[in-house]
Design a protein around this ligand. Structure first.
Ligand SMILES: CC(C)(COP(=O)(O)OP(=O)(O)OC[C@H]1O[C@@H](n2cnc3c(N)ncnc32)[C@H](O)[C@@H]1OP(=O)(O)O)[C@@H](O)C(=O)NCCC(=O)NCCS
Length: 297
């Protein structure tokens, strides 16, 4: 999460800020003065635009990406679909840009889920597991969906499945001055060694591959990243495949999961972790504009 929500200040969030570029800044603090990178344009994503009604098969995972700032002109329409609780959360953001991004991504989440369930977005309600993982509430006529979302620097990523628990994470690939020290703290010894052995031009991407793959798994279980990052071992070398290697030393447990690497837009990397040995993935890009009435629920 790359935004300020001052009222919520758990130790977990403080732990999470380890990935914040500010915390990685060298002692000179020079990196703090750098301007924020611009989010990508949606058109830079190589993911195809979604069909009006994508079919989600029982063994499939669908991932969606969206550039939140491009959808901000439709803010009132997104805001209308939110619950009172979501609106209160939105109001707590210190910065206007972060408040708008929150409204758009939660409105989008409702639209995406509503599309699969054939339910008006505003009629969906959510509940939270013990460590904050959101889930759909209510019986929904016996149907439900597993979902998770992540965002980084204005890019949102959503993942949806009918049958499998899943977690998703995305990060902008950005400079990290003390990359080996950070890896030493949060990665396993094997991951740190793999990272060190890579040529300089692959290191940053590999670092963020590693981070997002671990976090995707810890979001799939709902545990969060507080204590367990170093206990999850993943592959990290840039390429078209990804693998969960170990979960707290248990390679057998790891093999009952699948891990899909995601490249939603240039300069971003992510992953979706799925509690299933095999799962098929389809990736979609959200249209730039709020869909015309009647094309989406
Ligand atoms: C979940 C967590 C890894 C997210 O970190 P992040 O990289 O900053 O944020 P991301 O953008 O990837 O994901 C945020 C989204 O994940 C979802 N989420 C929140 N808690 C989650 C959890 N425990 N597991 C899975 N998903 C979670 C939410 O949809 C959230 O979106 P929102 O803030 O717009 O509502 C981190 O906040 C964490 O470890 N939380 C655990 C908190 C905890 O242990 N709480 C105990 C007391 S409640």
């Amino acid at each position: 999460m790359d935004e300020t929500e001052p009222e919520v200040n758990t130790s977990i969030q403080m732990e999470r800020t380890a990935l914040d570029a500010k915390k990685f800044a060298p002692s000179t603090g020079a990196a703090l003065d750098k301007p924020q990178p611009c989010p990508p344009a949606a058109s830079e994503s190589r993911w195809p635009l979604s069909p009006a009604r994508p079919e989600l098969a029982r063994d499939e995972i669908h991932a969606w990406c969206a550039v939140l700032d491009e959808l901000a002109s439709d803010l009132p329409a997104f805001a209308e679909t939110l619950s009172a609780g979501e609106r209160q959360r939105a109001e707590r953001f210190q910065f206007d840009r972060d408040r708008k991004r929150f409204i758009v991504r939660h409105g989008l989440l409702r639209m995406i889920l509503g599309r699969y369930l054939n339910i008006e977005p505003a009629r969906l309600s959510f509940t939270c597991e013990s460590r904050g993982k959101p889930a759909l509430a209510g019986t929904l006529d016996g149907r439900t969906l597993h979902f998770n979302l992540s965002h980084s620097d204005g890019l949102a990523l959503f993942a949806v499945a009918r049958r499998f628990a899943l977690g998703v994470d995305v990060e902008r690939i950005r400079p990290i001055p003390e990359i080996d020290q950070i890896a030493g703290k949060f990665f396993s010894a094997r991951e740190s060694a793999m990272l060190k052995a890579l040529p300089a031009e692959q290191k940053l991407e590999a670092f963020f591959n590693c981070w997002t793959r671990k976090e995707a798994y810890l979001k799939a279980t709902g545990e969060g990243i507080a204590d367990a990052l170093a206990q999850i071992e993943v592959s990290l070398v840039p390429g078209p495949t990804a693998q969960l290697l170990n979960i707290a030393g248990d390679a057998r447990e790891a093999s009952s999961w699948s891990l899909h690497p995601l490249a939603p837009a240039p300069g971003f990397t992510g992953a979706v972790a799925v509690k299933a040995r095999d799962s098929k993935l389809a990736c979609w890009r959200w249209p730039e504009k709020f869909p015309a009435a009647g094309t989406i629920r």
